[in-house]
Design a protein. Structure first.
Length: 289
């Protein structure tokens, strides 16, 4: 097995290889003056099982083209199998056509991966109406989760917690973590008007006195949902609010906005960021064994 870190996988690829005691190499990625990508492997590929590590954050389209080029180059260089490890995988939100003429991005992106890879491993995929990767990809698709790591972090660092899911989509993470810890949880209801305008409501009262509130979600993008959730929780008596997410996108300076609102933010390192305190390389390595 050869672990190859793509341009947005270098923060994890070496760690995964180290845990597996496998060989590691960095994919050479450059750009021509017109922004076309240049891709090259700097290692022997013939008769090897290649694992490409790529997290699809920022310049997502370039990241997709990069792994497609790399997978094809590996196959043409004699690789036995090529798999993709995606700590964060994009374009999973839209799984149906809501309006005439829309592109169903989930099916198109998954189709590209199906064509060029033998297997794909995705950490906590952001699926709306589906709970499994089966039916999304046609190749072998493995869903990995950081929930045990999140539960472990809370157990070791936060006393007397109550777990809050900021919306219905978060229940798969928040409720699961609460069950692992054997603590109380609540899932709020959210109405989204736009990416920057959301309304969050608590549909069942909860006593927050002497409790350490922990909001658990899979993704923080703009942070508006978390900010609105924190407002409600403070009205209910919460003094200190923690928020743990799997994928810290933190678009448009969201991390600083959340910190200014006195919300303690923790994320995993599926996407490198200043709040990444939970390392997922061990979970990924176990999934590859």
């Amino acid at each position: 097995m050869l672990i190859v870190s793509c341009s947005h996988g270098r923060h994890l690829g070496y760690l995964i290889a180290k845990r597996l005691k496998a060989r590691h190499s960095n994919l050479i990625v450059d750009k021509f003056p017109d922004d076309e990508l240049y891709i090259r492997f700097d290692c022997e590929l013939e008769n090897k099982d290649i694992i490409l590590v790529q997290s699809f954050y920022r310049n997502i389209s370039d990241c997709i083209i990069e792994v497609v080029f790399a997978a094809r180059a590996a196959q043409e260089s004699g690789a036995r199998r090529v798999a993709l490890v995606a700590p964060y995988f994009p374009y999973l939100r839209q799984d149906k056509r809501f309006r005439k003429g829309e592109a169903v991005s989930q099916l198109i992106t998954a189709g590209l991966i199906d064509k060029y890879f033998n297997a794909v491993y995705v950490m906590d995929p952001h699926l709306h109406r589906k709970n499994r990767l089966h039916g999304v990809f046609k190749i072998k698709a493995t869903k990995l989760t950081a929930n045990p790591l999140v539960a472990g972090y809370i157990k070791n660092h936060i006393k007397n917690p109550v777990i809050i899911g900021p919306d219905e989509e978060s229940y798969k993470w928040a409720r699961n973590v609460a069950d692992m810890l054997g603590v109380e949880s609540r899932i709020l209801k959210k109405k989204r008007y736009s990416s920057y305008h959301v309304q969050v409501k608590l549909n069942k009262k909860i006593d927050l006195k002497e409790k350490n509130v922990v909001i658990v979600d899979d993704i923080i993008s703009t942070g508006h949902t978390i900010l609105e959730t924190a407002k409600i929780l403070r009205k209910l008596g919460a003094k200190k609010i923690n928020c743990i997410c799997i994928h810290g996108i933190f678009a448009n300076d969201a991390l600083n906005k959340l910190k200014k609102a006195k919300i303690n933010i923790i994320s995993t390192n599926t996407i490198p960021n200043k709040a990444a305190k939970i390392d997922v390389s061990g979970v990924i390595a176990e999934g590859l064994e």
